[in-house]
Design a protein around this ligand. Structure first.
Ligand SMILES: Nc1ncnc2c1ncn2[C@@H]1O[C@H](COP(=O)(O)OP(=O)(O)OP(=O)(O)O)[C@@H](O)[C@H]1O
Ligand SMILES: [Mg+2]
Length: 262
C-alpha cells in the first residue's frame, strides 16, 4: 500500500507452545477503515496488543508513520497517536462520563498539566476548558446528555460509546477497536456504524477494528483481513472476503456463507 499509516510486517507471537500470530503482515492505509476478523483464538486481540506495545513480538516488526514502534513502551506508542478500546470495557465506574473523558484528554492539555497543582484560578480555568472539550467528545459519540452520569450506571451500549469518547480525547491518528459492537443491539450497531464513518469523514481518523459482528464489519470496512489459528487466510474488500470459499470453510464452517451474508 502506498500510504500505509501502520505497517505490520511478518509478526510472530508465541505463548509457550501456542503460535498466536504466525508471520502476519497487515497494512492500514491512512484514512481507511479496516477490520480483522476470525474465529475465537485466531490472534486478533494479540495483534492489537502487539501494536499498542502490550505484547512483545518473537519476530517481525511494526511501524507507524514509517517509524518502528515494536519494543517501545505502551505510553510512548500512545503518544505517537495510537488509541484503543478494549474487548472488555475498562472505565472508571464511579466517575462521571465526562470525568472519564477528561482522563483521556491529551496529556499536554493544560488541565492535565494543572492536576497536582493547587486548586487556584489557573486550575479552575483549565478545568472549565477541559469540561467543554470533553463534552464535545461525548457529543461526537452521541451521549452528551449523560455527561454527569456515573460510568457504571450507564447502560452497556453507552459505556461502549464512552470508552470510544475517551479514546478519541487523546486525539489519535489511528484508533484501534477490539469488538466495539459485541453485545450491542441492531439499532445500536447502526448508530455505531454512522459514528465511525463520521469520525473518518470529519476527523480524518484511521480505524482498525476487530469484530465478530458482520453487521458492523461488512458495512463499514474498506478492507478486511481474516485470521485463523494465527495465520492470515484471506484479505480484501467485504465482497471478496464474504465470497471466499476458504473463509467460509475455515472461519465459519457450514453456516459460514449465511453468517457472512453471501
Ligand atoms: N497473554 C497470553 N498468554 C497466553 N496465551 C495467550 C495470551 N494472549 C493470547 N493468548 C493465546 O493466543 C491465542 C490468540 O488469542 P487472542 O486473544 O489474540 O484471540 P482472538 O482472536 O482475540 O479471540 P477472541 O475472538 O476470542 O477474542 C489464543 O490461543 C490465546 O489463548
Ligand atoms: Mg479477542
Amino acid at each position: 500500500m502506498m500510504d500505509a499509516l501502520l505497517h505490520v510486517d511478518k509478526i510472530t507471537v508465541r505463548f509457550g507452545g501456542i503460535v498466536a500470530l504466525d508471520k502476519v503482515s497487515l497494512d492500514v492505509g491512512r484514512g481507511s477503515i479496516q477490520a480483522v476478523i476470525g474465529p475465537n483464538g485466531a490472534g486478533k486481540s494479540t495483534m492489537l496488543n502487539v501494536i499498542t506495545g502490550l505484547y512483545a513480538v518473537d519476530g517481525g516488526a511494526v511501524s507507524f508513520e514509517g517509524e518502528r514502534i515494536n519494543g517501545r513502551a505502551p505510553h510512548t506508542i500512545a503518544q505517537l497517536g495510537i488509541a484503543r478500546t478494549f474487548q472488555n470495557t475498562e472505565l472508571f465506574g464511579e466517575m462521571s462520563a465526562i470525568e472519564n473523558v477528561m482522563v483521556g484528554l491529551d496529556r499536554h492539555h493544560p488541565y492535565n498539566l494543572a492536576i497536582g497543582m493547587s486548586h487556584g484560578p489557573g486550575y479552575r480555568r483549565s478545568e472549565i476548558a477541559a469540561r467543554r472539550e470533553a463534552r464535545d467528545f461525548l457529543a461526537l459519540v452521541g451521549i452528551a446528555d449523560d455527561a454527569a452520569v456515573a460510568a457504571a450506571a450507564l447502560p452497556f451500549g453507552k459505556q461502549r460509546r464512552l470508552e470510544l469518547a475517551r479514546a478519541l480525547a487523546t486525539r489519535p491518528k489511528l484508533l484501534l477497536l477490539d469488538e466495539p459492537a459485541a453485545g450491542l443491539r441492531a439499532a445500536e450497531i447502526e448508530s455505531l456504524n454512522l459514528i465511525l464513518l463520521n469520525l473518518r469523514a470529519e476527523q480524518g481518523l484511521t480505524i482498525l477494528l476487530i469484530d465478530h459482528v458482520m453487521a458492523l464489519v461488512m458495512a463499514i470496512s474498506d478492507r478486511i483481513s481474516v485470521l485463523n489459528f494465527g495465520r492470515k487466510i484471506a484479505e480484501g474488500n467485504p465482497d471478496t472476503v464474504r465470497k471466499s470459499p476458504e473463509v467460509i470453510r475455515a472461519y465459519l464452517g457450514e453456516k459460514g456463507a449465511h453468517a457472512l451474508g453471501a
